[in-house]
Write a protein that binds this ligand. Sequence first.
Ligand code: ADE
Length: 234
Amino acid sequence: MKIDILTIFPEFFDGVFDVGIIRRAKLAGIVEIDVHDIREFARDKHRKVDDRPFGGGEGMVLKPEPLFRAIENLLGTSDRSEYEEGTHVVMLTPRGKPLVQTNAAAIADKAKRVLLICGRYEGVDERVMSAVTDEISIGDYVLSGGEPAAVVLADAVTRLLPGALGNEGSAENDSFSRGILDYPNYTQPREYRGMEVPEVLLSGNHEEIEKWRHEKALEKTRGVREDLLKEKGE
Ligand code: ADE
């Protein structure tokens, strides 16, 4: 998968994809991630990427020309109907659809090319949306820009690509992958500051362990995310 990120703050991404699973996926050729400075696609003398909103109001709005030019440079076109199959042009914005595990999994499953556009909190000229296939929000709060959201999305998708998790295990048991939160985990030592590892985990009885984990996952989900159980109809 190829991920391209369009941002006015390319330095935000320095080193962020050079650790852990993403780094390994990059080295293994599972994913390629390139960061592009939107300013490089501005043609005027001052490389202007934003301007005041028509109609008045606070802040600055990202101009359409550099963004269209960047999309055309990377994809050969900014006409959605001409994008190659498996191409997603994503605008990261609090106005988007909330990112959930199933969207991340769908992108990991089908997408070959993902272009992530980091908006600013003041906004992006609405005409850019004609070139966008998905508007995604990472949650109901406002960030100063889409950059942290682009990192979140790139991470959530990359770790689901075949081979990305290597020997560290599969994504099957992750929180959300079965629609509920993960069960609690324990490692050595068996007793720490008077807190014991639950007996069942030491029993070697896999059926009992599975049952306990499922109960604990449900208990946790009921406690903090009852909405997930309602979605599942439990
Ligand atoms: N940009 C600003 N806030 C955002 C959010 N919550 N999700 C995605 N992009 C954003």
